[in-house]
Unconditional design. Structure first.
Lengths: 414, 240
């Protein structure tokens, strides 16, 4: 039989019981639509997370001190106070660290911030002026921390947008004063609101000169009484020299710390963070896909069920066809192509439905988050191939049963 | 062209063996028209299935047009059915969702060949159903449905036309029409026609009657004066 004849025969058989074919199709439609739309949500979330991290700034490396160990008791990563402001400045050396574009050290402390009758507990981040550009934190009103304020250990603060709103309502906080852990700070600026995501954390924080945080708010100090640093944010000149930047930073710090054995610091890249997160979100996407695939599997079983019924019902037809000279292969092909046509048709409709659903969901708010969906062609193609394969897989057994029928018994079947 | 030599056929019903044919020998020449008669259970249907290559004998030889077909595989048998045998069934066995022409095309689907539609229409023309080509079986009378069945058997120009109780479900007028068509095909085109029937009335229209009982041929005699069936159409033509 020619492929065209097979196709026409299959279409006419399926058309003979439209309601049943339609319902069977629906099983696959729902399965494929579920896979497509859930994958779209998964990919959307993945993209949102990646975009979120990349919004921190590009080409970033994070230098943190190593773990403390005192008499066999090990602290967490970054708990040691071996990294100093001096170390951070040393990384700006264009001779020893030519790959480094900018350095922004930070030191965090927790503070109770009070303004008039309002107060809030928040993180106070000690920063230098570079921090604004390296970590991408724009100012909405007033100004950022200046070098003069860092050198003079000035008691000034830049408020995150939500902190400003909590303490001052709709009044402009710039020029006002707040008390942080009992000390008076002049408010010099307010940060722009960054909304959700990792960058949104700045909305709830207060920035101050790193020296001020070190001497007035934090308890950690170097043995010489210098300023310690928790993280040095390093911006590298371009993405493809990250490795050499890591090497340069390590060389400079080892020299300054006179290290011969194990390093007392770690350098992680933003890329590594993105990759780790991507691995996590990949699991999430695959998980969603797997759940959706269950419905696809159920749809496949539906096809098998209906094909078995069809073979029983059409036993006489099979007998007639065999008497007219149909070989096993002809009968097999006929039923397999019917099953495949069902599943492929369902797959096609499912892709369209899934596409529609993911379009519909895109941009909808879900609680405080906005849902993002990314429809990808590869998933659509995969869904089509998988649905065709399901038809083939679940159609082959009923078709085999049909092909195996003996012509005389089939003809006698009522 | 049909040579059965000491053919036996044993069916297994669970653990019991049921002999349906017990050593049948029969030779049919090209262009013959014969009836196989016998009561139910006499083995005539089994004989029909063996001759039609729907089933293979348990022992003995069956040679069809010089080809030993007793030991062939299912697919080879299907090929021979397609090429050499035309079946006409008591219950017509038409596919109801197909039109008359599509039903006639059915045997052509399972062999390579062009102009399927054309050949199907020609076959329908030969049984006088040209104008009804696009009707579904449900829209046709019993006699017309059986004529579609005959057209389907003819469409591949088979060596033998095997008719299993072809008039069993028809009234006497339609029966005569069908017999007239079969006689016409035999007389004018030299088609070998084998009819299985239990109606003596039908058998009298053939030229040879083979009687069976208990899986054996009990008599094999020529019909001295075969009756000629005249279809209504022909009768009308003669009168005018």
């Amino acid at each position: 039989m020619s492929p065209l004849t097979i196709l026409r025969t299959a279409l006419s058989s399926l058309g003979a019981s439209k309601l049943r074919s339609g319902l069977t199709l629906l099983g696959i439609v729902i399965g494929v639509a579920a896979v497509i739309s859930l994958m779209a949500i998964g990919r959307g979330a993945q993209q949102a997370i990646t975009a979120n991290i990349e919004a921190l700034g590009t080409n970033l490396l994070f230098v943190r001190p190593g773990a403390t160990s005192q008499g066999g008791v090990f602290g967490g990563q970054g708990s040691a106070s071996t990294l100093t402001l001096g170390d951070a400045y040393a990384l700006m050396d264009t001779v020893y660290a030519p790959s480094v574009a900018a350095v922004a050290p930070e030191l965090r402390a927790v503070g109770q911030v009070v303004a008039g009758s309002k107060n809030t507990r928040t993180q106070v981040v000690g920063v230098t002026p570079e921090y604004q550009f390296v970590r991408n934190v724009p100012v909405a009103s007033g100004q950022f921390v200046t070098w003069g304020q860092v050198e003079n250990i000035s008691a000034v603060a830049v408020l995150g947008s939500r902190v400003a709103e909590t303490l001052f309502g709709f009044r402009d906080p710039v020029g006002q004063t707040v008390r942080i852990n009992g000390r008076q700070f002049a408010v010099v600026g307010v940060l722009k609101s960054q909304g959700g995501g990792v960058q949104g954390l700045f909305d709830d924080q207060v920035l101050a000169p790193i020296t001020t945080v070190s001497y007035r708010l934090a308890s950690q100090r170097t043995t010489q009484g210098g300023v310690t640093v928790q993280t040095v944010n390093v911006q590298v000149r371009s993405g493809d020299i990250m490795d050499s930047a890591v090497q340069e930073i390590a060389t400079v710090l080892r020299q300054r710390h006179r290290i011969t054995g194990d390093d007392d610091f770690t350098v992680t890249s933003q890329q590594a963070t993105v990759e780790t997160l991507q691995q996590v979100t990949n699991v999430f996407v695959v998980f969603l896909g797997a759940i959706a695939s269950i419905s696809l599997l159920v749809g496949g079983i539906g096809i098998m069920n209906i094909m078995l019924v069809s073979v029983t019902e059409r036993t006489r037809e099979i007998g007639i066809r065999k008497a007219m000279g149909a070989k096993r292969r002809d009968i097999l092909l006929q039923f397999v192509s019917e099953a495949t046509l069902l599943s492929l048709g369902g797959g096609g409709a499912g892709v369209l439905l899934g596409l529609g659903l993911s379009r519909l969901m895109d941009g909808r708010s879900l609680g405080s988050q906005t849902l993002h969906t990314v429809f990808s062609g590869d998933i659509a193609v995969l869904a089509l191939v998988v649905s065709a394969a399901i038809g083939l897989f679940f159609g082959i057994y009923p078709a085999f049963r049909a092909a195996r029928l003996h012509p005389i018994e089939a003809l006698r079947h009522e | 062209m049909i040579e059965l030599e000491n053919v036996t056929k044993v069916y297994r019903m669970g653990k019991v063996e049921v002999p349906a044919l017990q050593g049948v020998s029969l030779t049919v020449q090209k262009g013959e028209m014969l009836a196989i008669m016998g009561p139910s259970g006499s083995g005539k249907s089994t004989m029909m299935n063996v001759i039609g290559c729907l089933d293979v004998p348990t022992s003995g030889r069956y040679v069809l047009e010089g080809e030993e077909v007793g030991r062939l595989t299912d697919d080879r048998l299907a090929e021979i059915r397609n090429r050499k045998i035309g079946f006409v069934f008591q219950t017509y066995n038409l596919l109801h969702r197909l039109t008359a022409a599509e039903n006639v095309e059915l045997p052509l689907l399972y062999s390579s060949g062009r102009n399927r539609r054309q050949r199907a229409l020609e076959a329908l023309e030969r049984v006088g159903l040209g104008p009804r080509a696009n009707h579904h079986p449900a829209e046709l009378s019993g006699g017309e449905q059986q004529r579609v069945g005959i057209a389907r058997a003819l469409v591949k120009s088979p060596s033998i036309l095997l008719a299993d109780e072809p008039t069993g479900n028809l009234d006497s007028r339609s029966s005569i029409e069908i017999v007239a068509i079969l006689q016409g095909l035999n007389r004018e085109e030299g088609l070998t026609v084998v009819i299985v029937t239990h109606e003596p009335d039908i058998a009298e229209h053939t030229r040879r009657v083979v009687s069976m009982r208990d899986g054996q041929v009990v008599s094999d005699e020529p019909v001295r004066k075969p009756r000629q069936a005249v279809s209504l159409g022909e009768a009308r033509e003669r009168r005018s």
